[in-house]
Design a protein around this ligand. Structure first.
Ligand SMILES: [Zn+2]
Length: 126
């Protein structure tokens, strides 16, 4: 499943980041930026998240998704427009020579960490 492999790569990235920082941290939340043209079903990503992050550093972490709307500029007439679907033509001249400006994002914007003393066991949160 596409969304599951996306979550897996998010887990890998966050675990690498947290390990690099050293110390003991609990991940409180991960803020993702996902463009409407990125081809990600954010609904199923959110649905799969709690189970996918179990027994990882992200166990119990909240997944916050920021949707980035698609925008594009026509290469032929220079019209800027919002792009709903990837293959939308220019609304002005119907050209398909288009430069996508935003909407292809799929990235981690913020990782919210909570420092925890090593001798205190992690507590589960809901
Ligand atoms: Zn155009």
């Amino acid at each position: 499943m596409h969304e599951l492999s996306i979550i897996q790569s998010i887990i890998d990235t966050v675990e690498t980041e947290v390990t690099r920082k050293g110390g003991s941290y609990r991940v409180e939340a991960v803020v993702l930026q996902i463009g409407t043209l990125a081809g990600v079903e954010t609904g199923s990503l959110e649905f799969l998240w709690p189970a996918a992050v179990q027994n990882t550093l992200l166990d119990g972490a909240e997944c916050q998704i920021e949707i980035v709307p698609g925008t594009a500029v026509c290469s032929d007439c220079g019209t800027g427009f919002s792009m709903i679907n990837y293959f939308d033509p220019c609304p002005n001249c119907r050209s398909h020579l288009i430069n996508v400006q935003t909407g292809e994002e799929l990235k981690i914007k913020t990782i919210e960490l909570c420092a925890q003393p090593a001798d205190v066991p992690a507590t589960a949160t809901n």
